[in-house]
Every structure is written in C-alpha cells, then in structure tokens.
Design a protein around this ligand. Structure first.
Ligand code: UD1
Length: 421
C-alpha cells in the first residue's frame, strides 16, 4: 500500500484551488436515478469515492460520461436496482442509491454497509423513513430489500440528525404521491446543494437548510445542469495546514460562509481570516501566528463544529500553547488518530468521547497509520510541523476523499512524497 512521507518544517504560503465537495457530489450523483433525462454536473472532485459511485451507477444501467470534473449521467436505461456488497463495503455513501431506486423503480436491493472504523453507523433511520412512506422494507442476507407501488408522502421524524438519512428520504419523497415533511432534518450545506440540484430537476422542495424540509411529490423529474459546491472539509483541512505551520495562504473557489464554526475556532487560535472576492474567484485568506493558542471544540450537527474537522484540530492542539478539550458527540469511536499522534509526541489523554490535550513545543516524525479519511488528513497536517520524517501509512483512505492532497500541499511549500508499496 502507498504511503506518504512528510518532512516537517516548512511554512505554507501561496494559493490553492479547493475542489468540489465529495459529500455533496455523492448524493447528487445518486439523484440522476430519479430521472430518465441526463443530469450534467460540473466541479465534481476527482476522487476514488466518486469513481466507486460512478461504477455502482454504471452497473445499474446508468450511462456515465466523465471528463475531468464534468460528469454527465443518463439513467434512461436504468435496469438493475441492485447495489452489491463489493461496492458498498468500500464506501458507506452507497446507501444513498436506496431512496432514489425505490422511488423510481418501486424496488431496490442495497447491501447493508456494515460497521466502519469510526463506529457502528446503522441505517435504521433510512429504512424507517421509507417504511413510513409505504414501502415494504426488510433485511435479507445482508441486503436491504425494499418494494412499493408508489411511495406515499408522509410526516417523517428521524431519531437523530442524519445527513445521508435526510438526503435519501428527500430524494425518495421527490417522486412520492403527495407531501412529505422531514422533521429533525440535517441542515448541512450539502443537503442544501442536493435540494438545489433536485429543484433544478423539477422537484418541489422548501426548507432545505432548516430542520423542517417539505417536499411535494411530482410524477417525474427532468434533466438539469448543476455545479457542485466547494468542499468545506477540504477547505477546513487546508486552513489547519496553513495554521499549524504559521503560514499565509489563499484558498480559491471557496468561502467562509460554509464553515463559520471552524473559522471562529481558528480566529480564537490567533489566526487572521478574511473572505475576499476577486473577479474570478471567491477566496479565503488566512495568516497564522508563529504559535497557535489551544482551542477546545465539541462536535455536533451543522451549524456547530463538524466531526469531519475534529481530527485536524487535534493536530493543531498538539502543538498549540495551552490545554484544549475535544469532545466528539457524533461518532462513538473517532479518536483513533489520537493514538497515532501520541507516537509523534503529542500529549493526549482520552476518556470516552473526551480528549484532553496539552500542547507540546515540538512533534517528532514517526511512522503512523491512517485509520479513516479525516484521521489520515490530520496525520499529514501534524507531519507538516514534526521534526524529521513522518511516514503516513495506509493512505488509501486519503485518496478516497482528497483530490491531489500532496501536490496541493507541495505547491504551498510542503515537502511530501508518495512512496509506492
Ligand atoms: C455524513 C458524512 C460524513 C460525516 C457525517 C456526520 C456523507 C457522505 N458523509 O455521514 O462525512 O462525518 O455525515 O456529519 O455525507 N445514525 C443512526 N442511524 C441511521 C443514520 C445515522 O444511528 O440510520 C447515527 C450514526 O451512527 C451517527 C449519527 O447518526 O452516530 C450521524 O450520522 P449521519 O449524519 O447519518 O452520518 P452519515 O450521513 O453516514
């Protein structure tokens, strides 16, 4: 397996272009299943997870054309509403085909995703919602099997805020008979981006971005064009990379509006951050001090601090001045990177879902193992300031979710090389 070798020490300066959002692109790719007309997407990030989703759609009979960041999907020949285990196991977001398939085909067989490194991550809320809309849904031989004539609009309430759950049910409701109301809906910007794409396909949706989404079902959706929003987690990761190195960088094609909670914490840590608009780009400019102040965080659903930025803030706090408390409230097992950071010399004490960190003057390079996508990114960020070489192993996680991360960081002055296994 490939690894990244990060030589610490450089201060990041310059400009980086932020890619389209993985977590917006994945549900939006699935939205093509709702229509027999083509969906044209731009700013689709070039990532392994996107490749997996396109493979999954293609084996269902969707015609896929991909040219760099432009993807056209034509689901007029959709003939196989099946998501096999082999594809679903590598990417949990495959569950996002369930809602659209049931709505358009009246049936679906989608493998249960199973657990993953950060927690159990069940899909019971997706299933409960479809059942409330009149589908017969059961689990057979590890597959979610759903059947229905036509879904019926219903009042849906999820037990917790779930992002892909909200997206799945919102897509399903677009073709249901009558009105669906999703209460306790996720308010993430990616849910809003999906809703905007669906609306341009003819869906009748209001309230996306609030915790109550109303969808009036229509007979069918038509073709559309849509540009995927910028990736706020990639944005946040590069902000942290700049911050930890005392850097000064501009992030192009993104905006602070998507990540107030993260920006707030970086301001508390002592960074200067401004949103700027040029003729060509929206952009963010960050200037970081030589040493950051420690900042405590608590993850929670949007608009609070995102769990997908928790690991990167652990890297920052590892070398910041002072003590920070990190509380993870979304996933039960999302501190595996802490043990790896301890190998770099970080002072971290874990008690359940709480980590107490005391910043140290210096980290030291070591061999560490990436355990999930954002954990991998945090280890690279930590490696940027560790003395000597940090070898980050198992980086296939990183390639799932970050487009050209080492090339982008090297263009800012980092020293990272990929070693093939
Ligand atoms: C999405 C994001 C992921 C992010 C997460 C939380 C995508 C493709 N992935 O994941 O990057 O970390 O949101 O912001 O957008 N839960 C249940 N039953 C369900 C659904 C969820 O118990 O049916 C629980 C989960 O185990 C978790 C919590 O609800 O503890 C939130 O999970 P959810 O928002 O669904 O995460 P994902 O949508 O899988």
């Amino acid at each position: 397996m490939d690894k990244l070798v990060v030589t610490g020490g450089g201060r990041l300066t310059g400009e980086v272009v932020i890619s389209g959002a993985k977590n917006a692109a994945l549900p939006i790719l699935c939205a093509c299943l709702l229509s027999a007309e083509p969906l044209k997407l731009t700013n689709v990030p070039e990532l392994n997870d996107i490749g997996t989703m396109l493979k999954l759609l293609a084996q269902m009979g969707v015609k896929v054309e991909r040219e760099g960041e432009n993807v056209t999907l034509d689901a007029s020949g959709l003939n196989n509403p099946l998501a096999p285990y082999e594809l679903v196991k590598t990417m949990r977001a495959s569950i996002l085909v369930l809602g659209p398939l049931v709505a358009r085909c009246g049936e679906a067989r989608v493998s249960l995703p199973g657990g993953c490194a950060i927690g159990a991550r069940p899909v019971d809320q997706h299933i409960k919602g479809l059942q409330s809309m009149g589908a017969e849904v059961g689990v057979e031989h590890g597959y979610v099997v759903a059947k229905v004539g036509r879904l019926k609009g219903a009042r849906l309430f999820t037990d917790m805020v779930t992002v892909t759950g909200t997206e799945n049910l919102m897509m399903a409701a677009c073709l249901a008979d009558g009105e669906t109301v999703i209460e306790n809906a996720a308010r993430e910007p990616e849910v809003v981006d999906l809703a905007q794409c669906l609306i341009s396909m003819g869906a009748q949706i209001s309230g996306a971005g609030t915790d109550l989404i109303r969808i009036r079902g229509v007979e069918k959706l038509h073709g559309a064009s849509h540009r995927i929003m910028p990736d706020r987690i990639e944005t946040g990761t590069f902000l942290c990379a700049a911050a930890i190195t005392g850097g000064d960088i501009r992030l192009l094609g993104t905006s602070t509006g998507y990540l107030d909670a993260v920006v707030d914490k970086l301001l508390d840590a002592g960074c200067e951050i401004t949103g700027e608009k040029t003729a060509k780009h929206e952009c963010i400019h960050i200037i970081a001090p030589p040493r950051l102040k420690a900042v405590s965080i608590r993850t929670a659903p949007y608009p609070a601090f995102p769990t997908d930025m928790q690991a990167q803030f652990m890297a920052i706090n590892a070398v910041a001045d002072g003590t920070a408390i990190i509380r993870e409230t979304i996933f039960e097992n999302r501190f595996m990177h802490a043990v790896e950071m301890q190998r770099l010399g970080a002072d971290i004490k874990i008690d359940g879902n709480t980590a107490v960190m005391k910043g140290v003057e210096k980290l030291q390079g070591a061999t560490v193992m990436a355990t999930d996508l954002r954990a991998s990114a945090s280890l690279v960020v930590a490696g940027l300031v560790a003395e000597g070489e940090t070898h980050v192993e198992r980086i296939y996680h990183l390639d799932r979710g970050y487009a050209n991360i080492e090339a982008k960081l090297n263009a800012l002055g980092a020293n990272i090389r990929r070693e093939k296994a």
